[in-house]
Design a protein around this ligand. Structure first.
Ligand code: RB5
Length: 156
């Protein structure tokens, strides 16, 4: 049997309720889920949680990450600082599908202030059901990777 997909989840206070709900949904679907916090609605700084999930994904200790803050934007901006991470804010199912098929995104971000739990489940399903198309998209993703490579490897 294929290995279970490992998914790391995290949020700040504004994404907390959505994170709890997405985490439980992913567990119910049988994935191996690691919850990297936060663990309450007490105010915290979203970069602290975004970087934890991003590092798990970059180190290939997780296959995907799901990050939530108020909008999904702050966590995406932060996660994209980590080499090898392609975090995509997706508050609708088509964005999730295209983030996987065209961008080979490895972290899905959503906004707890924008997206309800039922919509988030549909977004997650769309994300998980979609594979990277490769081909011309791989060439483009490789160009992104070259830009965010460590200075010694950066060819631009
Ligand atoms: C917190 O108030 C809020 O700024 C944060 O959750 C997020 O939306 C930032 O992008």
């Amino acid at each position: 049997m294929a290995e279970k997909l490992r998914i790391a989840v995290g949020s700040d206070h504004a994404g907390f309720h959505l994170k709890e709900s997405v985490r439980d949904y992913l567990k119910k679907k049988g994935f191996e889920v690691e919850d990297l916090g936060t663990n309450s609605t007490e105010s915290v700084d979203y970069p602290d949680y975004a970087v934890k999930v991003a590092r798990r994904v970059a180190a290939k200790q997780a296959d995907f990450g799901v990050l939530m803050c108020g909008t999904g934007l702050g966590v995406a901006i932060t996660a994209n600082k980590i080499h090898g991470v392609r975090a995509a804010p997706c508050n609708d199912t088509l964005s999730a599908q295209l983030a996987r098929s065209h961008n080979n995104a490895n972290i899905l971000t959503m906004g707890g202030r924008l997206t309800d739990a039922a919509t988030a489940e549909k977004i997650v399903d769309s994300w998980l059901a979609t594979s990277f198309l490769g081909g011309r998209h791989a060439r483009r993703v490789d160009k992104i990777y070259a830009l965010d490579a460590p200075p010694s490897e950066n060819k631009s």
